[in-house]
Design a protein around this ligand. Sequence first.
Ligand code: 5GP
Ligand code: ZN
Length: 113
Amino acid sequence: MQDCIFCKIVNKEIPAEVVYENDAVLVFKDIRPAAPVHLLLIPKKHIPTFFNLEEEDAHLLGEIHLAAVRVARGSGLEKGFRLVSNCNEDAGQLVFHIHYHLMAGRKLHWPPG
Ligand code: 5GP
Ligand code: ZN
C-alpha cells in the first residue's frame, strides 16, 4: 500500500534494522525502543487491523509467532519476552499495518496501561 510506512520498509523504500525475514513476515527494530529489545513483527501483506483479517490470512499470524520464537531463541531471550499488538485507536495503534511488538530485556510490568 502506497502510503503505509511498514509497506515501505517491506519494499526497502525506507531503511530499517531487519533482524529476520522470510516470504511472509519481516522483523525489524522499533525506531523508538521502549525496552532493551523492542522489535516489530509484521506480515509482508498489507492488512490495516485485525478487523481486516480474512480466512486466507490466518497462516500469517502463525508465521509471526514462529518468527518471534525463532528470534527470541537466537537472541537468548529464554527468560521471557512479551508479544503484544495494539488494535485501533483505543489500544494506541499508530501504524495501520498489523504488527506485533516483541519486547524483552527487562522485567515487564503487567497489566500494561
Ligand atoms: P503502534 O502504536 O501502532 O502499536 O506501534 C507503532 C510502532 O512503530 C511504534 O512503537 C513506533 O516507534 C514504530 N515506528 C513508527 N514508525 C517507524 C519507522 O519508520 N521505523 C521503525 N523501525 N519503527 C517505526
Ligand atoms: Zn502496509
